[in-house]
Design a protein around this ligand. Structure first.
Ligand code: ZN
Length: 325
């Protein structure tokens, strides 16, 4: 299967398993407490379908008036996605010609244990683990008890090949102590750190409007210059602000999930092709659509090959080793 003339192997740097947003019972879904959301099929059939037909073009910008209603609708759509297992993901990869996929943990929706166990049986799946901030209830029962360094050491020793941080969902600041310590530890292990970017807490049903300021990405890159950071989705509809914040840091890469061909083109012009990675956010996003968007962005077969295989491989090659305490 080829895209834009590229015929080689493909690595999707952003996928998930077992999305259990619907099982969150922390009251965060107060706007829609029922298990089965009667509006979800309509929202998915119209709004989400339109978003895909528009090839992930956004009708909103950061803090624009439509952001709030759109995030609320997107939250209901996200919550309606069915659970995904490793065989589901592999079937999806096979259908789109994807060889490898980075599988990101997101506790408590997708636990580290789930991701490590699923990937252990499937060598094509590459597990990324997510340390739990000490003030979340799950930290008490997890390994390391909320301590960032111990969690990173433990989760990588158990097979993690990289780290995921979702600052909005996990309610942490990127320029705060917890994230800085996690990222510093990951850098010592020479593994990359994927950072969710874009949207507010409303998108995940947290409802408090908690969000990451674009400058936090720059602050983190400045504070831990040895870290290899991957900013997910180029910040969704916040891509102008996120690009402006990170473009001067050569160690920061971006995954182009949920971005239209015109934005992918702009990313190439602003940061260069070697800092971009293929990402789909499967099962929510469709990898085939992202691959088509790369071709529609006017990239050559060689440029596509770097984004979908060589850059991901470069980030994944450092083998995690034990660090001194
Ligand atoms: Zn994701």
């Amino acid at each position: 299967m080829g895209y834009g003339g590229y015929q080689g192997p493909v690595c999707d740097f952003h996928t998930h398993l077992h999305l259990r947003l619907h099982r969150q019972d922390d009251g965060s879904w107060g706007c829609c407490p029922r298990r089965r959301d009667p509006l979800e099929p309509l929202l998915r059939g119209v709004l989400w379908r339109m978003f895909e037909l528009m090839r992930y073009r956004y009708a909103i910008g950061r803090r624009s008036p439509l952001e709030r209603p759109l995030e609320r609708s997107l939250a209901r759509i996200l919550r309606g996605f069915p659970a995904e297992t490793a065989p589901d993901l592999i079937a999806r990869m096979d259908a789109a010609g994807v060889d490898r996929a980075v599988v990101l943990a997101l506790p408590p929706i997708v636990t580290n244990e789930d991701v490590l166990a699923c990937c252990a049986g499937h060598p094509r799946l590459i597990p990324f683990v997510s340390p739990i901030p000490p003030d979340l209830p799950e930290a008490e029962t997890g390994p390391g008890g909320g301590d960032p360094e111990r969690q990173v050491d433990d989760l990588l020793a158990r097979g993690g090949r990289g780290v995921k941080i979702h600052p909005v969902f996990q309610r942490v600041r990127l320029d705060g102590k917890f994230v800085r310590r996690v990222v510093r530890r990951a850098a010592r292990h020479r593994v990359p750190v994927v950072l969710h970017a874009g949207g507010s807490g409303r998108l995940f049903g947290i409802g408090c409007g908690f969000r990451t300021e674009p400058e936090e990405f720059a602050d983190l890159a400045r504070q831990v210059p040895e870290a290899r950071l991957v900013v997910a989705h180029v910040g969704l509809w916040e891509h102008p602000q996120v690009l402006a914040a990170v473009e001067r840091f050569p160690q920061v890469c971006l995954d182009v999930s949920f971005q239209a061909p015109s934005v992918i083109r702009r990313c190439v012009e602003r940061v260069g092709v070697d800092r971009l990675l293929l990402g789909s956010d499967s099962p929510i996003g469709r990898v085939r659509l992202v691959l088509e968007n790369l071709a529609l962005a006017g990239l050559s077969a060689d440029e596509i090959g770097r984004i979908v295989w060589h850059n991901p491989r470069r980030l994944l090659t450092a083998t995690p080793g034990r660090t001194g305490q």
